[in-house]
Design a protein around this ligand. Structure first.
Ligand SMILES: NC(=O)C1=CN([C@@H]2O[C@H](COP(=O)(O)OP(=O)(O)OC[C@H]3O[C@@H](n4cnc5c(N)ncnc54)[C@H](OP(=O)(O)O)[C@@H]3O)[C@@H](O)[C@H]2O)[C@@H](O)CC1
Ligand SMILES: Nc1ncnc2c1ncn2[C@@H]1O[C@H](COP(=O)(O)OP(=O)(O)O)[C@@H](O)[C@H]1O
Ligand SMILES: [K+]
Length: 505
């Protein structure tokens, strides 16, 4: 699914009206009817509905919702803020329609506002500003936002919480943005919904398909996408009836150090559960027996060093390489990693400490081969690019790094994003907070290694792995709950996740 900018959403709106023979007022009617259905599905008539509308089309949507709820016998009050004395055409038409049906509780505010008492049982519909917001809210509107936020009422925002920008909120004022419990987004989600710091502003969000032109959306150019199950399904290559293990690649995993054998075991197990033909784990001497015993399907290759990775490996017999889980931060390990990069001409994943080494050796960044996959969480990324003030800034800088290195960056988090060197960003929706536990990332590295070894492109390997990793996390959550979930549970759920995504639906 594409994520378009607010400007593009406006263009999409205009295109639909012009090309698909639909009047703008009817598009608003469609939006309002879906919004009303969603509200009625969640709240019955015992709740008072207080609607705050602005002078634009977001306000128009809200006023239309007021009429529809009133006609369904809900108790509704409308406060329309008409400060400049100018309403958008469709907002004005909806005010007329509201009055025509004998709506009793309509208040138009042109200067002073006498706010109603809001209680915890009230439902506030926020239709002050939507995609037309062009600067942070201030003055009277900021006061209205603060009053709504201070109330105990449940808040439902139309399209996006008033005051929130669809993309970049770096210069916004957080106190002047509505904090919604539910955001009902028109047609497509907004980029800012995917950022952690906006969680308590956006609340739960849901997209309502009002029938905006599919042609326009298909043709629109955007770097931002949300990965969906059917896209991943189409990327999976079927196995030939005559396949043998040689068809699925031989991967090398350089992982583990004394005290962190677990990371290598988790990555290796996840890799073997993700379809690799053969796996060799390169690990320090002291970890040999534990890896051999814990992952009997893998071959184990000893490093020269007793305790950590200290010497690069000959890669002639391997189709892909992953370095990093649990390798530690010894200087010798850092140097071995840099030497390994010089010798590496096969698809490569750098994770965990194989990324941390660059924070203290930035001049070695240029050694990372083009099309390498880097899998940092926020902390690991910021050790390389420096501290960022917000998610939009971090995403922008990660895109710059990806373009500079010509590498793929898998920036891990609640909505892990795969960033390609061309600048495309694929956000993931599977996964849950139960996965915020040591070793989850090692599992992801193992899955990516398995896919690279099987010949998937870097982009597809990242997108499939991130999706399936999250899906396995969701299956594991159903089995053991978020609190008990461990990285091992994600691995145990991988078979079901792979089955789910490969079964024809
Ligand atoms: N696109 C779609 O698919 C569909 C969209 N629909 C709906 O339309 C909504 C977009 O409507 P919209 O374009 O009229 O903009 P909206 O958010 O109501 O506000 C514009 C007004 O706010 C003002 N203003 C801006 N910033 C301000 C500030 N900081 N402080 C004070 N004022 C400020 C601005 O004034 P200006 O600065 O331009 O003079 C202008 O008057 C969209 O979110 C969705 O709900 C659906 O009905 C149908 C399909
Ligand atoms: N709240 C969450 N929702 C979805 N996925 C999550 C969440 N928290 C963590 N994850 C996933 O779990 C993994 C954690 O990786 P990482 O932080 O590298 O862990 P470790 O270093 O312990 O292996 C990432 O893939 C991340 O996307
Ligand atoms: K709104």
């Amino acid at each position: 699914m594409k994520i378009l900018s607010c400007t593009q959403q406006k263009q999409a709106d205009a295109y639909t009206i012009a090309q698909e023979n639909i009047l703008s007022i009817n598009l608003m009617e469609k939006a309002a009817s879906l919004l009303t259905d969603e509200i009625c599905r969640r709240w019955d008539k015992s709740h008072r509905i207080i609607i705050f509308a602005g002078s634009g089309n977001n306000g128009g949507d809200a006023v239309a919702v007021a009429r529809m709820l009133f006609l369904k016998n809900y108790t509704v009050e409308v406060y329309l803020f008409n400060i400049t004395g100018v309403l958008s055409d469709d907002c004005m038409k909806n005010v007329q329609r509201l009055q025509e049906c004998g709506f009793p509780n309509y208040h138009e505010i042109s200067n002073s506002f006498d706010p109603p008492q809001l209680t915890k049982d009230d439902i506030v519909i926020d239709g002050l500003f939507g995609s037309g917001l062009n600067k942070p809210l201030s003055g009277g509107f900021a006061s209205v936002v603060k009053y709504i936020n201070a109330s105990q009422a449940t808040v439902v925002s139309i399209d996006l919480p008033s005051g929130l920008m669809g993309e970049d909120n770096s210069n916004n004022i957080r106190q002047n943005i509505i904090r919604a419990d539910l955001t009902l987004s028109i047609q497509l989600p907004k980029l800012s919904f995917l950022f952690a710091e906006n969680e308590d502003i956006v609340g739960e969000w849901k997209v309502l398909d009002i029938g905006i032109s599919k042609n326009f959306i298909e043709e629109a150019s955007t770097p931002y996408f949300i990965t969906e199950a059917n896209e991943i399904r189409q990327l999976i290559k079927p196995r030939s009836r005559f396949a043998h293990k040689g068809n699925f690649g031989h991967g090398l995993l350089i992982a583990g150090s004394y005290g962190m054998a677990g990371a290598s075991i988790l990555a290796a197990r996840a890799c073997l559960r993700s379809g690799i033909g053969l796996l060799t784990v390169h690990t320090p001497v002291r970890n040999h027996d534990i890896v051999q015993t814990s992952v009997p399907e893998a071959m184990v290759q000893n490093d020269v060093h007793e305790l950590y990775f200290a010497e690069p490996v000959d890669l002639d017999n391997f189709q892909a390489l992953a370095i990093g889980p649990g390798i530690g931060q010894e200087e010798e390990t850092a140097l071995a990693t840099f030497d390994q990069l010089k010798e590496c001409f096969i698809p490569l994943v750098l994770d965990a400490d194989a990324l941390n080494v660059f924070s203290t050796h930035r001049n070695y960044l240029n050694r990372i081969p083009k099309r390498t996959i880097l899998t940092p969480h926020i902390g690991e990324l910021e050790r390389i690019i420096g501290r960022c003030n917000n998610s939009f800034e971090r995403l922008t800088k990660a895109k710059e790094l990806s373009a500079y290195l010509q590498c793929y960056i898998v920036l891990k988090g609640a909505h892990t994003v795969v960033i390609t060197p061309e600048g495309n960003c694929y956000f993931n929706q599977t996964g849950n907070p139960g996965m915020a536990t040591g070793g989850s990332g090692d599992v992801l590295t193992g899955i990516i290694l398995a896919l690279l070894s099987q010949g998937y492109s870097q982009e597809n390997a990242c997108r499939i792995a991130v999706y399936v990793h999250g899906l396995a996390g969701d299956i594991a959550r159903n089995r053991v709950g978020e609190i008990s979930l461990t990285a091992g549970d994600i691995i145990e759920a991988l078979p079901e996740a792979w089955k789910n995504i490969t079964e024809t639906k």
